[in-house]
Design a protein around this ligand. Structure first.
Ligand code: NMX
Ligand code: MLT
Length: 419
């Protein structure tokens, strides 16, 4: 498989670089940790290693060093669409190079061969109570697929330096099946349909998803699906879903266990669920607790993923009432948050607009939106999982302190530097 060959060719050099850093420069300090950071959710402590993506507070996400506009321009486009092939993005995340159309299609073709989902998974989803949240169904389905984990099957017989190969197998199998499962949950939960969706070998990831969702404007929605999955794929390693995937994976739990856990974090209202909350808020214009879709732990500018989706909407349906309302809110909310004086980032994040676009295409079941985020996020976190195993990253185990220890540390500093 092309991803396997490409990663394999790069690995010796990457391993050397990491080894040299740890061996020759292990004592070099890159950050200090303050009491405020320990008390305040470890915000901004530099302690994770990834080369897949980086969030620049002033410019937003860089996927393998590329901005969103660059990426949308350079990645090969889907046939009959204006947006890139999702397979091309996965290639970029995994390999770090912009693929040719043929290379992107190799990933797409590989996904198509792996997309079939065992019957028992559908049966399990169907047997759950009607009111079950779609994120629970989605996370359970991912766990149920663990039965087929190549990583788990090979674990006792494979050597450490080939863990990544099994991780890649699982990542490809998992990401191939997610659109089928997500579309099944959608059609079953909201339309009572229980026929299994079929992945068409001749269509790309985005078009397959649009067709299986049975959205009426299939072509337009396929482009939105491509854009959506690409934009939501990764946001460096410290956000809750990516960090959960990394942490659980560091115990050598396979990608199914790890991604199911990641989805459970994504389902929190301060993380991915904000996209469900945000459209509800926008429609009712009812200010509740936090204003969903606004603020960010790292960014200090409007999220470029927000801007890319707004641009998509303005090009295709500029007169849509909700798009105009979302824009109006963009004019008003940052000012409100600034006046309130608490939020460090008063600008919109990715969730402030994503539901609005889904709504336009008729996907109006808000509680389904985080499932869509989950399909996209799988691409980034599995790429990270593969590389974490390839580079032999160890089990993660930061050190805790007690409140008394922090108070003692503060007292010692005060003695040294009297105020
Ligand atoms: N509305 C009201 N208050 C806010 C908002 C907001 N949108 N954003 C931050 N604040 C408050 C925050 O609750 C905190 O208050 P307190 O001191 O009383 O606890 C204060 O401002 C300082 O928070 P920050 O340091 O600016 O933000 P933090 O890094 O802690 O949290 C978020 C980041 C994203 C959790 C926060 O901005 C938020 O709750 N936003 C709304 C939910 C949301 O849109 N989440 C999705 C993020 C993107 N994603 O997909 O994951
Ligand atoms: C994400 O995409 O995970 C969110 O923007 C949250 C984050 O990066 O902190």
């Amino acid at each position: 498989m092309i991803l396997h060959e490409k990663i394999s060719a790069q690995l010796p050099e990457w391993r050397e670089r990491i080894k040299a850093l740890a061996k020759e420069h292990g004592e070099v300090k890159v950050d200090d940790v303050t009491v405020g950071q320990i008390v305040g959710g470890m915000r901004d402590i530099k302690s994770l290693l990834t080369d897949i993506s980086f969030v620049d507070p002033a410019h937003g996400i860089l996927f393998r060093g590329m901005t969103i506009p660059e990426l949308l321009k350079k990645l090969p486009k889907a046939r009959g669409g204006k947006m890139p092939l999702v397979g091309g993005l996965y290639y970029l995340l995994m390999v770090g190079e912009v693929p040719t159309k043929e290379q992107a299609m190799e990933v797409e073709d590989d996904w198509a061969k792996r997309a079939s989902v065992p019957d028992y998974v559908f049966k399990m989803i169907k047997s759950m109570p009607k009111e079950t949240h779609p994120m629970i169904l989605f996370s359970q389905a991912v766990l149920a697929l663990q039965n087929g984990s190549v990583f788990a099957q090979r674990y006792h017989s494979m050597k450490k330096d080939v863990y990544w190969e099994a991780a890649l197998e699982d990542s490809l199998d998992l990401t191939a099946k997610l659109p089928v499962i997500a579309a099944y949950i959608y059609r079953m939960k909201y339309f009572g349909e229980t026929k299994k969706p079929k992945y068409n070998l001749k269509q790309d990831y985005g078009m397959n998803f649009a067709r299986m969702m049975k959205v009426s404007d299939k072509k337009g929605y396929a482009d939105l699906a491509r854009l959506y999955f690409i934009l939501h794929s990764d946001h460096e390693s410290g956000n809750v879903s990516a960090h959960t995937m990394h942490l659980v994976g560091s115990a050598l739990s396979d990608p199914y266990y790890s991604f199911s856990a990641a989805l459970n974090g994504l389902a929190g209202p301060l993380h991915g669920l904000a996209n469900q909350e945000c459209l509800g808020w926008l429609i009712e214009l009812n200010s509740g607790h936090v204003i969903p879709g606004y603020g960010h732990a790292v960014l200090r500018v409007p999220d470029p993923r927000y801007m890319a989706q707004l641009e998509f909407a303005k090009k295709r349906f500029p007169d849509d009432e909700l798009v105009r309302l979302a824009e109006l809110v963009f004019d008003v909310v940052p000012q409100v948050l600034k006046e309130q004086g608490k939020a460090k980032d008063p600008a919109p994040n990715v969730d402030a607009i994503s539901g609005t676009l889904q709504y336009y295409y008729g996907v109006r079941e808000f509680d389904f939106y985080t499932v869509l985020f989950g399909v996209g996020r799988a691409l980034g976190v599995t790429a990270n999982y593969v590389w974490a195993r390839a580079l032999g990253q160890p089990i993660e185990r930061p050190k805790s302190m007690t409140t008394k220890m922090l108070e003692d540390a503060v007292a010692i500093t005060k003695e040294v530097q009297p105020v």
